[in-house]
Design a binder for this molecule. Structure first.
Ligand code: PEP
Ligand code: MN
Length: 358
């Protein structure tokens, strides 16, 4: 039986990393009492971007989990695996579910090795999306696991590494998990709002968007003392904040009126993202305009350069004409925007020159 389909929303919670026996015990004790958490997550081997950080407690943490399973017979545990020996050790210590991390999903060589090792076991496997926004890589990893007979399967959306996603750690690009839902309707789809948001204050909002979009559940990072966590300290929820999250989130099923709200929220998120990018790009462009202003000043060149402006306008409008919606727009729309930016650039440079003269 696919364990992920038993209840909705399916809630997974726990610390980013298993750090000590005390930390893990306190978390398991608290999460068990909520009665709403189906699976406890904790990283045992941690993939770190740069060397020198906390890399997880390894086998020692597996031993704590094995002991906690005796003490809390209802509790189920999940951890991340990246190598065949991780899978073997999880099987040896009775870990219930493993997840494949974002850095591993995107590597077909690693996926093939993990699948070889998982073949013939009844391990449940969750697959995080790859770092890059590539639905095919994500689907490919899930297909490989199906191919070796894994029955308990779920996909976890943890956001993508794109440049400039203002406010969030990872860009949600919600249409990619929605593609997974469409092309693999039987796959349980979970959202990891902690890694998407990167900050505890964002977790609730992202969780609700995911549920409104028809996600089956959540994976949330929870720590007894987030400020002293050894990894991802900003995004882990305290016990009190996690209890609030559980009582505040509204489970919605896809197709209900709120799925429309969810879609609206998602589209507005995209608009917010794009507006923020526009502002950042214009502001960066004006920085360069000022650097050019300095050069013009040093070389006694006037701010307005008619030949250059003519070329800028022509090439940008030619580019705009290749866009699919150009014909729908007012004829001078892009020209007006470019003129506004150019006028402001000239004004800035002339101000600089005036000050330079004094
Ligand atoms: C994690 O869940 O602790 C983790 C490292 O996640 P990701 O693979 O999404 O970065
Ligand atoms: Mn983490």
């Amino acid at each position: 039986m696919n364990m992920f389909t038993t209840e909705k929303p399916y809630i997974i919670a726990g610390p980013c990393s298993a750090e000590s026996k005390e930390q893990l015990t306190a978390t398991v004790d608290f999460l068990s009492k909520t009665d709403k958490v189906s699976l406890i997550r904790c990283g045992v081997w941690k993939p770190r971007t740069r060397p020198g950080g906390f890399e997880g407690m390894g086998i020692e943490a597996l031993q704590w989990i094995a002991e906690l399973k005796q003490r809390y017979p209802q509790a189920r545990f999940a951890t991340e695996v990246a190598k065949p020996e991780h899978v073997e050790q999880c099987l040896e210590y009775g870990i219930d579910t493993v997840w494949i991390g974002a850095r591993t999903t995107g590597n077909p060589f690693s996926m093939k090795e993990l699948c070889e090792c998982l073949k013939g076991t009844d391990m449940n496997v969750m697959v995080k999306n790859p770092l890059t926004p590539d639905a095919k890589l994500w689907i490919g990893a899930i297909e490989r696991l199906m191919g070796v007979g894994i029955k308990g399967l779920a996909a976890i959306h943890r956001g993508f590494c794109t440049h400039n996603y203002y406010g969030y750690r990872n860009s949600p690009l919600w249409d990619i998990p929605m593609q997974i839902k469409q092309s693999m309707p039987d796959i349980v789809l979970l959202c990891d709002p902690s890694h998407i948001g990167g900050h505890c204050s964002l977790v609730k909002n992202i969780s609700q968007i995911a549920l409104d979009l028809g996600f089956d559940g959540l994976m949330v990072e929870v720590h007894p003392s987030p400020q002293s966590a050894l990894t991802d300290s900003e995004q882990q929820l305290s016990f009190a904040d996690f209890a609030t999250l559980l009582s505040d989130i509204i489970p919605h099923s896809a197709g209900s009126a709120s799925a429309v709200d969810g879609e609206l929220k998602m589209l507005r998120e995209k608009i917010d993202e794009m507006d923020n990018e526009l502002i950042s790009i214009i502001s960066q462009r004006l920085d360069i305009v000022q650097q050019i202003g300095e050069l013009k000043m040093k070389n006694n060149l006037p701010a307005y350069q008619p030949e250059r402006w003519k070329e800028v306008l022509e090439t940008r409008i030619a580019n705009a004409k290749t866009r699919h919606n150009f014909s729908l727009l007012s004829p001078d729309f892009f020209k007006n925007i470019l003129e506004l930016i150019h006028d402001e650039s000239l004004r800035l440079q002339r101000e600089m020159m005036k000050k330079g003269d004094k």
